[in-house]
Design a binder for this molecule. Structure first.
Ligand code: ADP
Length: 198
């Protein structure tokens, strides 16, 4: 197994790069997806979140009201720390379980993790950062993902600054160009990653 990390700010194109790597044969361990799955109806994590933040965060159908939690933790750092304390240990366990399932293979395993720069992980053969001009990220989030400009800017202002994230990179994917330019870089990156096993 070649274990690599993939990260990038919101709107950077991280998910797009992750899909492109999957198409080329990578196993993706998707931290966001794992977090969502752990917060499914009736899950222990969801129960603990309801104890901490109130039962109104669970909808009538048992699913998590993500916006309700987001509005609580967005302006309250103590609440955010509590949320992380509930979700992160279970998430780390599941991430580890998924990685371990491929340990004895020759696969490239990509840990797709938005907070990788903030939570550096030992044992990564590479840390890939998808980089973009923040103004272009805002434009893509508004034009292509239907986000309001104020929401996009508010979320981005909460993130680790671009330079700090870049400082954690061993490989940078520059997503300021078009999708063809991105594809060429991912092809090149894939070659470099598979060469790591040689
Ligand atoms: P992230 O996962 O980092 O938040 P996405 O991969 O969802 O970002 O990309 C944000 C939006 O920009 C998506 O709608 C995606 O399809 C689009 N996008 C990504 N890269 C490019 C590109 N090079 N050119 C045009 N649109 C892009």
């Amino acid at each position: 197994m070649i274990l690599v990390g993939l990260t990038g700010g919101i709107g950077s194109g991280k998910s797009t790069v992750s899909s492109m790597l999957a198409e080329r044969g990578a196993v993706i361990v998707d931290a966001d997806q794992i977090a969502r799955d752990l917060q499914g109806p009736g899950s222990p994590v969801l129960e603990r979140m309801a104890e901490r933040f109130g039962s109104h965060i669970i909808r009538d159908d048992g699913t998590l009201d993500r916006a309700a939690v987001a509005s609580i933790v967005f302006e309250d750092d103590a609440a955010l720390a509590d949320l992380n304390g509930i979700v992160h240990p279970a998430m780390q366990d599941e991430i580890q379980r998924q990685i371990d399932a491929h340990r004895d293979t020759g696969r490239v395993v990509v840990l797709d993790f938005p907070l990788l720069s903030e939570n550096p992980r030992k044992g990564l053969a590479a840390t890939i950062v998808v980089d973009i001009d923040p103004e272009l990220a805002v434009r893509r989030l508004v034009d292509q993902r239907g986000m309001s400009e104020s929401d996009a800017r508010a979320r981005m202002s909460k993130q680790t600054p671009r330079e700090e994230r870049l400082a954690t990179a061993t490989h940078v994917v520059d997503n300021n160009g078009d999708l063809a330019a991105l594809t060429r870089q991912v092809d090149d990156l894939w070659q470099q990653l598979t060469d790591l096993s040689a």
